[in-house]
Unconditional design. Structure first.
Length: 72
């Protein structure tokens, strides 16, 4: 197994130049996490948001928030 860590500092300029990649990343991650949703440690508010907007949209907001981009 090979594990590669990509830091926020490396990804931030890429996401600034190509903001649609956040949506693609969120959709890929949502599909992966939904297959093992029980492993996710989410609050009841986060579960409610997922039910309302969908898992990919929830992750897209979290990724944008992490990188300091507008969440709307």
């Amino acid at each position: 197994m090979l594990l590669v860590e990509i830091s926020k500092d490396h990804l931030e300029p890429i996401f600034r130049s190509h903001p649609t990649l956040i949506t693609q990343l969120a959709e890929i991650e949502a599909a992966r996490l939904l297959s093992n949703r029980s492993a996710a440690q989410l609050s009841s508010a986060e579960h409610a948001e997922i039910e309302k907007v969908g898992f990919a949209a929830f992750l897209r907001r979290k990724i944008r928030q992490f990188f300091g981009q507008p969440t709307a």
